[in-house]
Design a binder for this molecule. Structure first.
Ligand code: ATP
Length: 368
């Protein structure tokens, strides 16, 4: 049982920089939690405070029900894997993995058993007598993970462990870490700036910006129900599109209008909340997959389309991204690769108004 709980945790660095601002966070036992956010949002600081490598300015961190604020890193029963593998170059893979256990005065037979077991799990047995310099980046990262596994900690902390790997290896290691988690059934906290890593690996995602947690939930909820414009724009690739416009009452219907000759009728379920914004400016948000060429939506309702000109076309193989321009703005659409749109074509794009989002212009919080 290793639940990690942060209560009102605050971090002000010596130079006065307020890196983490009174965050509350519960990381359930055995769960894979990903802390994600843009550079400088405070995610590494948070992880380092859990590890004990950074002091807490105020608030409380507990692991397994025990407050650890004043407990040294080595006594917290955690293991951390860093981005720069931090392997000892003069030691073999075996010695690197055994080092921590040796320092803790484990018996040689126990060390051997644990290193061999971890090497097997990570498929690095054949490299045990090699030095790190002859290993590839992926193999070195596996050794770094192995060094953490042998400790059999209650909590694993990962700080951007895949950033130094090439794209293909990253995808492979992502899957391996998930398998490892299934096998070890240990609490894992993983920090990344990569929303794709967060979406694919996290059972729970914690999204941060400017030292504040904006949302904590599972990946699909975060994708479909972002609490504000920042979360909506950060999660998902290509990003959600945003258009600024005004909510208007006309002929007993409610519309979103913008200078681009955009007149979109508000979906019936959104009316109760959106009515309160009549006459006010809001952000309309829609995902690239919630648009389509009008010729494929013959029964589209009136006032659900935007006239736009295809600008850049990016074929991705299984799908195609098209960047559209309108007079004042632009947006991205995700299409079937067989679609016949060329750069320069002006077409009517239908928006799936049932699945659009609206955000308050001032607070940027979700309205619907
Ligand atoms: P990145 O992905 O770039 O590592 P991050 O979200 O992990 O970003 P942190 O490393 O937690 O961010 O840093 C948060 C903020 O605190 C940054 O603006 C950083 O410059 C600042 N910071 C980090 N360490 C210190 C320090 N020792 N003294 C002063 N400010 C610091």
């Amino acid at each position: 049982m290793a639940e990690v709980v942060l209560k009102q945790v605050d971090k002000i660095y010596e130079n006065g920089f307020h890196a983490v601002k009174k965050i509350d966070l519960v990381i359930p036992d055995k769960q894979f939690t990903v802390i994600v956010g843009p550079s400088g949002c405070g995610k590494t600081t948070t992880l380092r405070m859990i590890a004990g490598l950074e002091t807490v300015s105020s608030g409380e961190i507990s692991i397994d029900g025990k407050v650890v604020n004043d407990i040294s890193p080595k006594d917290r029963d955690i293991a951390m894997v860093f981005q720069n593998y931090a392997l000892y170059p003069h030691m073999t893979v075996y010695e690197n993995m055994a080092f921590g256990l040796k320092m803790r005065k484990y018996k040689n037979t126990e060390i051997k058993e644990r290193v061999n077991e971890a090497a097997e799990i990570l498929d690095i047995t054949k490299y045990l007598d090699k030095k790190p310099k002859v290993l590839s980046g992926g193999q070195r990262q596996r050794v770094a993970v192995g060094r953490a596994i042998v400790r059999k900690p209650n909590v694993f902390l990962f700080d951007e462990p895949l950033s130094n790997l090439d794209a293909k290896l990253r995808v492979q290691m992502r899957a391996e870490l998930q398998k490892l988690h299934n096998k070890l059934q240990t609490t894992m906290i993983y920090v990344t700036h990569d929303q794709m890593e967060a979406m694919t690996m996290g059972e729970q995602i914690v999204i941060m910006k400017d030292g504040i947690i904006h949302q904590i939930c599972d990946p699909i909820v975060m994708y479909n129900q972002p609490v504000n414009k920042f979360v909506a724009g950060f999660i998902g690739s290509p990003s959600m599109n945003f258009i600024t416009g005004t909510i208007k009452n006309r002929d007993n219907s409610l519309f979103f209008t913008s200078g681009d000759n955009v007149n979109l009728i508000i979906f019936k379920d959104h009316i109760p909340e959106m009515e309160k914004y009549a006459g006010k400016e809001v952000f309309l948000g829609f995902r690239p997959e919630n648009v389509d060429d009008k010729i494929f939506v013959p029964d589209a309702k009136p006032f659900t389309s935007i006239k736009a000109t295809a600008d850049v076309i990016e074929p991705m193989g299984s799908e195609i991204y098209i960047y559209f321009k309108t007079a004042h703005t632009g947006f991205t659409g995700r299409f079937d690769p067989r679609i016949k749109i060329k750069s320069g074509d002006t077409i009517e794009i239908i928006l799936d108004m049932e699945h659009v989002h609206f955000f308050d212009k001032e607070t940027e919080k979700k309205i619907v």
